[in-house]
Structure formats: C-alpha cells, structure tokens
Design a protein around this ligand. Sequence first.
Ligand SMILES: [Zn+2]
Length: 203
Amino acid sequence: MKDISMLSPFVNPKSIEIPDEFHSFETKKPFTNCVVCEKNLIEIGIHYFVEKSVKKYPNSSAFDIIFEYAICLECALEMRETLSKDSMEKIDSFFDEKVNLLSRWKSLTRDGKYDINDWVSNCLITNKPVKDLNEYQIYAHCESDRMLFSLMPYVVSGEVIDHVSGLLSQKTKDELDGFMGKYLGPPPSIREILKDKTPVFIF
Ligand SMILES: [Zn+2]
C-alpha cells in the first residue's frame, strides 16, 4: 500500500482523464496545442494549464465561455516574467494571504477520493458555491492527456478576479489585454462584456 504521507501536489500527484469541463468548449475535446507557442500538448511529459472564463445567465442554464485556452508551463512562466514584478507580487501576496493551497490540497486528498466536485464547486477565495456565481474562471493543471490533482483544479469567482485586476498596474493590464487580443481574439459580439475581463495569471 502506498504511504499516503509520501503523496504531494508536486511529485507525481494523482491524475485522472481530463474531465469534460476542462475540454475545449469549441471542439468538445481536450486542448491539443499551447495558445502561445502552439506546441502539441498531448506529447508525453508536457505540463500545461487550462483556463476558462465562464459567464452564466440568471435563472437559466445558459452560459458563455468568454475565453478559454491552454498554455504550456514554459510559456506560462515566460508570460509571468514579462509582467511587472510589482503586479505579480501583489497577485501572489493576495492569494498567499487568502488561501493556503497546500493545506487545501491536504484536506481535499485526505480521504483519498479525489472527487473533482470537491475541488471545483466553490470559489477558492470566497468559498461561494459556483452554482450561485454569475462569472468565474476555472483552472486546471494537465500533463499530456491527464489532469493532475496538484494545487489545481480550482475556481475563482468573478468578484475576486475583478479585485485582483484592480491590484494590477496599468502597464500589466495593457500587457494582459495584449495577450488577450493576440492569442484569444474574442469575437466583437462579446468584446463589450469582456471590458475588464482579462486572464489573471495566478499559477
Ligand atoms: Zn507554449
């Protein structure tokens, strides 16, 4: 039997087949390429993140995916490097203050069930149920065709994303807008609801 104390979110965490909610909404299949370098993600050993921004409509099951992408670990780290140090420190210290991801991991894995619903049913920061949120972003850490139970997956509510965006310098916001325009190219029909909605790199 595996000694549970040996498990960690960083070394060979448990993995499952990538759940549907982290598939591309557009293709209904797992993402296949990094949005930045276009590297094939399904090759063995490639680590990457999936981020999706979801908008729901009151009293209806309708929802829109505002944006979605997969980014390889290398490009994600490079992206972080290009953002201002000051802004990244602010994001990091906000999350460090509000949530201990390692304790969360320990408590979610304690019973050994790894039920995805336990990980993505509430906002990571406010703990509000996702079913009550109008806007949120979901994040997953994947390796090839598997989703890892590392410090992700998690959900961050729109209100937290707005708060975090407010901590960023104008320069960083412009850089994130640039990323959005260049790689995500949202159709004009949803540009209006996007306004301040930019990806926030919190990995
Ligand atoms: Zn890449």
